[in-house]
Ligand binder design. Structure first.
Ligand code: COA
Length: 259
């Protein structure tokens, strides 16, 4: 059975499914490798415009790193695994295409860290998100402490890390993490709705706005605003901007080409 399932939900929309349901899709080294290969393929395929991440089995998105690989005195392997996770998660975050994370059940540890690298998170009512590494005597290592802090602030992040509290879908929505919360059986349709909306945004504009969102938060405000205008002026010169403006005025749908 392959550890990652790939399916195209719609033309232009690639779903990558973590497929190790008997272990709640825990991120073993082979699963991480297969995930990275699937990400690379989706990033390189010009026809793919939107990526969806999901977990198989209905009980978990991803329940974190494979704790079995941590047992014993394996410092070198442990460090290599952590460095690799950081690299792959950074790659996910920097992907130039929108990534929608569909969370069904547990998204813990590395699973939640993956979600925090995505652009839009849609949860089913069963979602449980958390960073429980402290219960193992560890702390997160794939960017989770810092991305969560920046996403929700110190107090909500402390609750998850220091108390090991798991938040449910409604709390995730209240904190602005989840864009939508739907019944479990409606998760697929909710994801498709968001994916169709993403397909209507010009791809170059999407890629530029992703970078603004990613880098702007850590930049001084004036510098970030200057960068914002640089981006806009560049986009104004693109073929897609001309097409978007013409299509609006001609009352038709734009045909974007990523140019
Ligand atoms: N690594 C390895 N195996 C894991 C795992 C993980 N992160 N999370 C779950 N599993 C395995 C369990 O060992 C179990 O395997 P088994 O059937 O061979 O014994 C299977 O997945 C089902 O999990 P189980 O614990 O029986 O389900 P549950 O519903 O009782 O509990 C969780 C679900 C998510 C609360 C619990 O599995 C858990 O706490 N997982 C670890 C979460 C974590 O600490 N993640 C951060 C890792 S750094």
């Amino acid at each position: 059975m392959s550890l990652i399932k790939i399916s195209d939900l719609l033309p232009g929309v690639r779903q990558i499914t973590f497929n190790r349901p008997d272990k709640l899709n825990a991120l073993s080294t082979p699963l991480m490798d297969a995930f990275e290969a699937a990400l690379d393929a989706a990033a390189a395929a010009p026809e793919i415009r939107v990526i969806v991440l999901r977990g198989a089995g209905g009980k978990a998105f991803v329940a974190g790193a494979d704790i079995g690989e941590y047992q014993g005195d394996r410092s070198a392997e442990f460090i290599a695994y952590q460095m690799n996770s950081r690299r792959v998660f950074d790659k996910l975050e920097r992907l130039a295409k929108p990534v929608i994370c569909a969370i069904d059940g547990f998204a813990l540890g590395g699973g939640f860290e993956i979600a925090l690298c995505c652009d839009i998170i849609v949860c089913s009512e069963t979602a449980q998100l958390g960073l429980p590494e402290g219960r193992l005597g560890l702390s997160p290592g794939g960017g989770g402490t810092q991305r969560l802090l920046r996403a929700v602030g110190k107090y909500a992040a402390s609750d998850l890390m220091l108390a090991g509290w798991r938040m449910d879908a409604r709390r995730a929505q209240a904190l602005g993490i989840a864009a939508d919360v739907v019944p479990q059986e409606a998760l697929g349709e909710a994801v498709l709705k968001r994916a169709r909306a993403c397909l209507k945004i010009a791809p170059l504009a999407q890629a530029e706005m992703k970078r603004l969102l990613r880098e702007g938060g850590d930049a001084p405000l004036e510098a970030a605003k200057s960068y914002e205008q640089e981006v806009l002026f560049r986009l104004y010169g693109t073929r897609d901007a001309k097409e978007g403006i013409d299509a609006f005025l001609e009352k038709r749908d734009p045909q974007f080409r990523g140019e």
